[in-house]
Ligand binder design. Structure first.
Ligand SMILES: [Ca+2]
Ligand SMILES: [Ca+2]
Length: 173
């Protein structure tokens, strides 16, 4: 005969199992990180390591369920942010510049970084996101230009302007 206490005990066990089985991961308390980066920073430079070590997300599960990897997500509100930056080593979380910055074109990026654990079943992976704001600092990268300058598409060169000089015809006295 099953008593009420037995049922209670079983429920409790189930609750505890659920609690310890698979937990959500959470990003660092400062879920808004802001860095400044010069527009002259070379492509390939590591620009942010704030998620490395134990400074990023935490996940207290054991085994793969507690291992964290980081990926940059597409941001619909800032569609170029995920191709301008990259996380080549997902376990390190270090963010690397992948495309040139151009202060004159775009001075701020919102990079959505997702942390996920490595549960074997992809569908069971838990995730958490954090936003890295990258403010681009101006650098001295411009050439001389005649004004008005109409930029040639995708370059920093001006479309050649044509000038016309009219010289009065010289007549012999
Ligand atoms: Ca987990
Ligand atoms: Ca500049």
């Amino acid at each position: 005969v099953e008593t009420e206490a037995d049922v209670d005990g079983r429920m409790e066990a189930v609750e505890i199992m659920m609690k310890f089985d698979e937990r959500f991961i959470s990003m660092s308390p400062n879920d808004e990180n802001v860095i400044n980066e010069s527009q002259l920073t070379p492509v390939g430079t590591t620009i942010f390591t704030g998620f490395s070590g134990n400074r990023g997300a935490t996940d207290i599960d054991d085994g793969p369920n507690g291992q964290i990897e980081y990926v940059i997500q597409y941001n619909p509100g800032d569609p170029t942010s995920n191709r301008t930056f990259d996380i080549p080593l997902t376990l390190s979380g270090a963010i690397v510049l992948r495309e040139r910055l151009n202060y004159e074109e775009k001075s701020r990026y919102f990079v959505i970084v997702q942390a996920n654990d490595r549960a074997q079943n992809l569908g069971e992976r838990r995730t958490s996101t954090s936003t890295l704001t990258v403010d681009v600092l101006d650098g001295d990268d411009l050439g001389p230009m005649f004004l008005p300058c109409i930029l040639v598409f995708n370059t920093r060169d001006c479309r050649p302007l044509t000038y016309q000089a009219s010289l009065p015809e010289l007549t012999d006295p």
